[in-house]
Design a protein around this ligand. Structure first.
Ligand code: GDP
Ligand code: MG
Length: 172
């Protein structure tokens, strides 16, 4: 089976659940307390995906960036070489969707051919305030899909990462 590896960045505002989504996907675990990510953490998970003539083993190198402003100057170097990004917003905080546009612009400057998938996270919470029509329109503007995820319950987390994985292997 051919093996490839791709760098993927988690992008989104403070506390939307970037670190939690990686933790759920890689370790199948969840942590309630907030552990601010300092700098960058890289996790690795391999998925097997169908391609035209068989299967491919894709190692996802998941770069989890701190979202806070102090790191904005360093952001370009973290984005360099990325093949794709998971754009994460929080279903209880509508402003976190608007925030994603800036991350897309940053990413495109550094990695013009990057693929995106949108994750609307914390879907387990009852106080959803994000208008889904706006999320759909945003995802459509990027020619991609959006998933309603919960890092807490695991809902749609695997699907989100695998969808990006399929875009990455299709682009090869
Ligand atoms: P990051 O700053 O984007 O990396 O956010 P974190 O992954 O650290 O999560 C921020 C807070 O939201 C933490 O307290 C998490 O436990 C919580 N959280 C993350 N994902 C979910 C989720 O899907 N559901 C719920 N209820 N809480 C979540
Ligand atoms: Mg984090």
């Amino acid at each position: 089976m051919p093996r490839i590896s791709k760098k993927v960045c988690l992008l989104g505002d403070f506390a939307v659940g970037k670190t939690s989504l990686v933790r759920r996907f890689v370790y199948n675990a969840f942590e309630d307390k907030y552990l601010a990510t300092i700098g960058v953490k890289v996790s690795r998970k391999t998925v097997v995906l169908p391609v035209r003539d068989g299967l491919v083993e894709l190692a996802l190198l998941l770069w989890d960036l701190a979202g806070s402003e102090e790191f904005s100057a360093m952001r370009a170097s973290y984005l360099r070489g990325a093949a794709g990004a998971i754009l994460v917003c929080d279903v209880t905080r509508p402003d976190t969707l608007a925030g994603l546009t800036a991350y897309v612009d940053d990413m495109r400057r550094v990695a013009p051919n990057a693929h995106f998938v949108v994750a609307v996270n914390k879907i387990d919470l009852p106080d959803a305030r994000l208008p889904y029509a706006e999320v759909d329109a945003f995802a459509a503007s990027l020619h991609t899909s959006c998933y309603l995820t919960s890092a807490k319950t695991g809902d749609q987390v695997e699907e989100t990462f695998r969808h990006l994985g399929r875009l990455l292997v299709a682009g090869d």
